[in-house]
Design a protein around this ligand. Structure first.
Ligand SMILES: [Cu+2]
Length: 445
């Protein structure tokens, strides 16, 4: 226990009047969210100032002051989450959504977090990475008994350290996390001039295993998940990271999936400035264009938005930028399937051969999908199909973006001379319809 916690605990013991007042105030209202859209940042109305974070396709939980304590109310409950336009999943989450709302406070604050369990089984909340008393750590059976269905438990502790943290159940953990129960917890530095940024984005990496045409995740999946999401949202419906030209930008990425994710951002180099363990001092940082986010960890990076444009940001594991379906499709590249197609069409006239020239045709195709399913590769850009899914979005750097404006500014128009173009002079003699074998033969001739 550090000095501050001792002081606060002492104050709490003496202030029995304040304790009675807490009970008189009753439970804080539990704000609910029914939208999967990115919500505007929640500016502080009391206490020290800070620049609030923006959770992509998420929101920040409002609090109330009770004496000197910030009080929050989380409700663990079944939710319906729109993972993308045309696909809703039946998950477990908090206050109407998965992932849960972001909790945002300031170093030196004391928080009282009420957790009401509306799930059919017990739960707890573990405050991942935080320095707090052992009995507040939320490990079911170890720190305290599990919160039974229908009951409310209270967690109360001081925020002795700033940084980026996460929260998730530590009770039937594999099932509850596979169902979508997790959220982020940001503690701003007490000194608002410490490492200030203009835009501060939050991304929680999570994953589900939901069969095409169904609504409920498989909870016994260990590593072979088929939907790779940011804040329980997947491309093409992850909102862009909208940035004003010249902004200092921080992106905080937490990983509560069961594998690592190398997050790659185009157009920039950047520096890792924070881990779950704390802020990285300037002299210890090194440049990167991709950062691997280990399982159960967080990394934050920063950059100055000095290059205008639309810049891809994505996980560099290529099957993590795909949605469900087709994970067991064999490789047909170079195969001539005309003969086979003719034979199959005798029995199944709508049969479509796929993949002879790569899989890009999947991005163009209007194939009939099962209900409640998003195509494997999808999304349209200004120049055609983007052929992505899952963990992919776009950093949009523009001039003239308003202070609290995070709305999509549309596609970037590349200035003349700054876009790849078609060569219209003399071409090599082989045609694009040649098979790989013909191309090799012609090259040798
Ligand atoms: Cu990944």
């Amino acid at each position: 226990m550090n000095r501050r916690q001792i002081l606060t605990a002492g104050a709490g013991l003496m202030a029995t009047g304040a304790m009675a007042k807490t009970q008189n105030m009753g439970l804080p209202e539990a704000a609910m969210m029914d939208s999967a859209a990115t919500q505007a940042p929640l500016h502080p109305t009391s206490g020290p100032d800070y620049n609030p974070v923006v959770t992509l396709n998420g929101w920040t939980l409002p609090y109330r002051m009770n004496g000197n304590v910030k009080e929050f109310h989380l409700i663990a409950e079944p939710v319906e989450r729109e993972l993308a336009d045309g696909m809703t999943a039946y998950l477990w989450g908090y206050n109407g959504q998965s992932t849960g709302p972001t909790i945002e406070v300031v170093e030196g604050d004391r928080v009282r977090i009420y957790v009401t369990n509306k799930l059919p089984e017990h739960t707890t909340i573990h405050w991942h990475g935080m320095i707090l008393p052992s009995g507040m750590d939320g490990v079911g059976g170890l720190s305290h008994p599990g919160i039974p269905p229908g009951k409310t438990f209270v967690y109360e502790f001081d925020l002795v350290k700033s940084g980026t943290f996460m929260y998730h159940p530590h009770a039937d953990e594999m099932v509850q996390m596979a169902m979508g129960m997790m959220g982020m917890f940001v503690v701003h530095p007490k000194d608002p001039t410490f490492m200030p940024v203009d835009r501060d984005f939050l991304i929680m990496l999570n994953a589900f295993d939901i069969d095409p045409g169904t609504y409920i995740p498989r909870v016994m999946t260990m590593t072979d998940f088929n939907l790779w999401t940011w804040n329980s949202r997947m491309f093409p419906d992850i909102d862009p990271l909208v940035v004003n030209f010249g902004n200092r930008v921080r992106v905080r990425v937490g990983n509560l999936t069961m594998t690592n994710h190398p997050i790659h951002m185009h157009g920039y180099d950047f520096e890792v400035t924070c881990t779950d363990g704390g802020w990285v001092p300037p002299e210890a940082r090194w440049p990167e264009v991709s950062i691997d986010i280990p399982v159960g960890a967080m990394r934050a990076y920063e950059f100055d938005a000095k290059y205008l444009g639309d810049w891809a940001i994505h996980c560099h594991k290529s099957h993590h930028t795909m949605n469900a379906m087709g994970h067991d499709v064999p490789n047909f590249i170079g195969a001539d399937k005309r003969q086979l197609t003719r034979m199959i069409r005798k029995h199944q006239p709508e049969y479509m051969p796929m993949g002879s020239n790569g899989m890009a045709e999947m991005g163009m195709m209007e194939m009939e999908l099962p209900d409640n399913t998003v195509p494997m590769m999808t999304g349209w850009g200004p120049h055609g199909p983007i052929e992505m899914g899952g963990m992919f979005s776009v950093v949009k750097v523009r001039k003239g973006i308003g202070a609290d404006d995070y709305s999509d500014p549309g596609w970037y128009e590349n200035p003349p001379g700054e876009q790849a173009y078609e060569w219209t002079g003399e071409l090599p003699e082989f045609s694009s319809n040649d098979s790989p074998k013909t191309i090799l033969t012609k090259r040798k001739a």
